[in-house]
Design a binder for this molecule. Sequence first.
Ligand SMILES: Cc1cc2nc3c(=O)[nH]c(=O)nc-3n(C[C@H](O)[C@H](O)[C@H](O)COP(=O)(O)OP(=O)(O)OC[C@H]3O[C@@H](n4cnc5c(N)ncnc54)[C@H](O)[C@@H]3O)c2cc1C
Length: 534
Amino acid sequence: MLADMKSVDLLIVGAGFGGLYMLHKARSLGLEALAIEAAPSVGGTWYHNRYPGARVDIQSMEYSYSFDEALQQQWCWSERYAPQPELLRYANHVADRFGLRDGILLNTRVRGAHFDEAARRWQVFADDGRRWSARFLVMASGPLSSPNRPDFPGLQDFKGAVLHTADWPHEPVDFSGRRVAVVGTGSSAVQAIPIIAQQARELTVFQRTAAYAAPARNGPLDREFEARIKADYAGFRARNRRMHGGFGTLLPPNPVSALAVSAQERERSFEERWRVGGFAILGAFNDLLLNLESNALLAEFVRTKIRATVEDPQTAALLQPTHTIGCKRLCVDSGYYETFNRPNVRLVNINQAPIERFTATGLLSGGRSHDFDTLVLATGFDAMTGTMLRLDLRGRAGLRIQDKWRAGPLNYLGLGIAGFPNLFNIAGPGSTSAFTNVIVAIEHHVDWIADCICHLQAHDKSSIEASEAAETAWTEYVNKAARRTVFLSCNSWYLGANIAGKPRMFMPLADGFPRYADHCANVAHKGYEGFVLQ
Ligand SMILES: Cc1cc2nc3c(=O)[nH]c(=O)nc-3n(C[C@H](O)[C@H](O)[C@H](O)COP(=O)(O)OP(=O)(O)OC[C@H]3O[C@@H](n4cnc5c(N)ncnc54)[C@H](O)[C@@H]3O)c2cc1C
C-alpha cells in the first residue's frame, strides 16, 4: 500500500508534466520515488485550467515530451495548438504508458516539509496527517498553480455563480441565456471570452489593462507537416533547444534590428509573421524585446490591427494597449478582438472606473452598477513563488521559506536554495521557466537533477546545497538579464506586480534557454560549482 510507504529516496510535489517526468526518470535510476498530487488526477495545469477555449499557445509538435522517441512518434495531436482536454489525455497517456500510477498519490495536498539535519532527510507531511521521509525533495508544484483570487470588497455578497478560470468546474458550464461578467483580460480571458460570448445572453468584460493578442491561426494539424517533423523528431527537438525560448526553429527570429530596415520592409515582415500567427511576430526582428524604440513599432502595428478589427471606435480605443508589447506575456487568440463587435458584448474599463464593490446582483464600478448572473474571475496566478510560499517549508536550522524569500525568491540556477539542502525546484523562479516552452524547461531540469543525484551517489555524498555566495551572484545575474530587456517596463506577474504586497523582483531568467542550459551544464561539469556537497 502506498499509504504505508513512509520512507522514499525522492519525493515529488505535483504530478503535472514536471512531476510525471521526474517520477519516470527517478525510477529509471533505480530510486524509490513518490509523487504527491493535490488534485484527483495527473496533468497539473491541464487538469485545473479547463475553462472554455483553454489550449496551449506553443505548437503541440513542440509543446510535448521529447524524452521518449516511441512516445513522440506514436502520439498524434489533432490541432496545431492542442486544446486542454487533449493535453489532459496526453498526461494520462504518459502516466499509463510508463507505468507511473502506482507511484502517484492523488487527492493529497502536501502541507509542508522540514529538513532534519541529523538524518539529512526531508520530513514531508500532508494535510491529512500522513508523513514521509525523503532524501531528496523535488518541487514540481508548478510556476502557475496558485490561482490569484483578489480580495474584492463584497464578493461574498454576490448571489450568482463565481468561477475561476484556473479552478474550473468539472461538469460542463452552460452560459446560454445568462448574463456573464469576466474580470481580467490576460491569456486565459483572451481564450475564454470568444467562446463565452457565443453562448451567453450578455457578456460584460471588465478590463484593467488592455491585452496584446496575436492570432493563433489554429486549425487541424497538417499531417504532411507532422510527418516531416517526425521523420527527424530528435533533430527538430535538438534545434529547438538551441532557440531562445526552446521553440520556434520552424521560423527563426530575423537577425536584424527593427530600426535597421525601411518602414515598408518592417511592415512586410510584421505582416508576414502576423499571418503565420502565435509568437512568430515577436521574432520579426531581433530587438523587439530588447529595445523600447523597436518595441514601440511592433506595438503600434498591433494597435493598427485592433483598430481595423473593432468597429466601435470607443471600444477599439479601450482595447489598444499602451504598455510595451511582450512585457506581459503576449496572448495568442482566436477571435478575441472580433468578439467585441458582437451586440451582446460590452467592455468596461476598470482602470478608469475601478471596481468599488460587489453586490448581490453584480458589481459597482465608477458609481455605476453592472448586473450579471455568473462571474468569471480570469485573474491569473500568484505566479512562480505562490505555491511554494503557501507551504510550511523549513530548511536547515528551521529556516522558513517565507523568511528566506521575504525580499524575493533567492536561488541558484533556479534549481537550488541556500539553506534547503537536497531540495530541487522545477521550472521555478531563477530559471528560464516561463520564458521557455515549459516542457523543454522541465525536461532540462529533470535531467539535470537526475545527473546531480548520480554524481552524489558516485562520490559518496549525501547532500547538496547552493552556497549563499552563488545564490547572491545568480540573483544579480537574473536581474541583470532582465535589465537588458523591455521586461521591467510594465507591471507583470513576472515581477510579482499582480499580487498586492508581493515583493517586486523579476523572477524568470530572460537570458534565453541555450545560454541557461550551457550555464547549468558548466556548473555540473565543474563538480557542481557554487553548491556545497557533503
Ligand atoms: C492556462 C495556462 C496555459 C499555459 N500555456 C502554456 C503554453 O502554451 N506553453 C507553455 O510552455 N506553458 C504554458 N503554461 C505553463 C504550464 O504551467 C506549463 O507548461 C506546465 O504545464 C507546468 O507543468 P508543471 O508540472 O511544472 O506544473 P503544473 O502543471 O502546474 O503542476 C503542478 C501540480 O502540483 C500540484 N501541487 C501544487 N502544490 C501542491 C501541494 N502542496 N501538494 C500536492 N500537490 C501540489 C498542483 O495541483 C498541480 O497539479 C500554461 C499555463 C496555464 C495556467
